[in-house]
Write a protein that binds this ligand. Structure first.
Ligand SMILES: Nc1ncnc2c1ncn2[C@@H]1O[C@H](COP(=O)(O)OP(=O)(O)O)[C@@H](O)[C@H]1O
Ligand SMILES: O=P(O)(O)OC[C@H]1O[C@](O)(COP(=O)(O)O)[C@@H](O)[C@@H]1O
Length: 325
């Protein structure tokens, strides 16, 4: 093995740069060349790349975003696109491709393996933490802190006006971030797909009334995952208002994807970047480098999207029991 490729794909996540740094430094120490493809799989298909040397990655461990840029790539969903990607990798004599992304990007790797002769390895990077085979994905810890910072500020103004707030956090297919942020912010309600597929507005309204019966007028925060209500939180606020519950809506949105990675993300990213290169040299193929119970390990790429990762049901149940008091 002489030359490896790397790309960041799907939603960017704080810590992707830290991962790139560890990966390039480990490759350099093992006399491997690294080619960085830009804009996710688009860079492979459109041949947008440059060689990555240690000096390119020095001083980036603390930066959010990704120096390689990220994107989604429609062409990967067709055989023509996959063939073109594989051909370009063969032409560039890339012996292995490392993909930092989520389970969608890993499905792309599995599809690519039908055409590409080199090795494929994934590293989990997404704020959603919805990848099986790793307790945490790179970016989740930072996104949680960012969401908490925002919700704590919302609590201040909610307290001052004794208002009800709906706060929408990201999470395309999962409420992992919503549950974690809701618990850590002391939210009165958490609404996520793991708890209910449809919202019961009467139940939400009743819960608010019960809380006010116990506590008198008070601030009241509902944290919900982004996909939970057609039309989003603004529509939900309007519909609750019709039931006599006046509330304000706040969408945290893409700020959750940015910012300096927190220590936990830098450490996870460094560990997985280094481990992925080492495992590649040991012959790993079609695997994801993840961390479970503090130990780095490999997990089949094809199984990373099984979506079995559970939100913390113990904390959710406790939150539901006590939230109105
Ligand atoms: N089934 C698939 N076949 C081929 N490529 C895919 C597939 N699913 C996703 N991809 C590629 O991975 C990219 C990122 O996937 P996406 O689901 O948006 O993000 P993430 O990797 O963060 O889950 C897609 O834009 C596409 O290029
Ligand atoms: O940046 P976009 O294209 O609007 O995507 C938003 C989505 O990306 C995410 O931030 C990350 O999702 P992925 O990691 O699966 O790409 C989701 O939480 C959110 O739903």
């Amino acid at each position: 093995m002489k030359r490896i490729g790397v790309l960041t794909s799907g939603g960017d996540a704080p810590g992707m740069n830290a991962c790139l740094r560890a990966l390039v430094l480990t490759a350099h120490a093992n006399e491997l060349e690294v080619v960085g493809f830009q804009y996710g799989f688009n860079g492979v298909i459109e041949q947008q790349y440059h060689h990555l040397l240690p000096y390119h990655v020095n001083g980036i461990i603390q930066n959010g975003g990704t120096i390689l840029k990220s994107a989604r790539c429609e062409a990967m969903h067709s055989a023509t696109g996959l063939q073109r990607a594989a051909q370009n990798l063969h032409d560039l004599q890339i012996d292995a491709l490392l993909v930092i992304g989520g389970d969608g990007s890993f499905r792309g790797c599995v599809e690519l393996s039908a055409f590409y002769n080199g090795r494929l390895l994934g590293i989990p990077g997404t704020i959603d933490n919805d990848v099986d085979g790793s307790d945490f994905t790179i970016g989740f810890a930072t996104a949680l802190d960012t969401a908490l910072d925002a919700i704590d500020k919302i609590r201040d103004t909610a307290d001052a006006f004794e208002r009800i707030f709906l706060v929408e956090v990201m999470g395309r297919h999962t409420g992992y971030l919503a549950v974690a942020a809701g618990i850590a912010a002391g939210a009165e309600q958490i609404i996520c797909p793991e708890l209910a597929s449809e919202l019961d507005l009467d139940r939400i309204a009743l819960h608010v009334e019960q809380a006010r019966k116990h506590r008198g007028n008070c601030s009241y925060i509902i944290v919900l995952a982004e996909t939970m209500y057609p039309g989003g939180v603004s529509a939900l606020a309007a519909d609750l208002e019709q039931r006599g519950i006046e509330c304000r809506a706040a969408i945290l949105g893409h700020i959750q994807r940015g910012g300096r990675p927190v220590g936990a993300d830098r450490i996870l990213a460094t560990k997985l970047g280094a481990y992925a290169v080492e495992q590649l040299l040991q012959g790993a193929h079609l695997m994801m480098a993840g961390e479970m119970n503090g130990q780095a390990g490999l997990y089949p790429l094809a199984r990373t999207g099984e979506k079995k990762k559970q939100v913390d049901s113990y904390l959710l149940r406790w939150q539901q029991q006590v939230a109105q008091y």
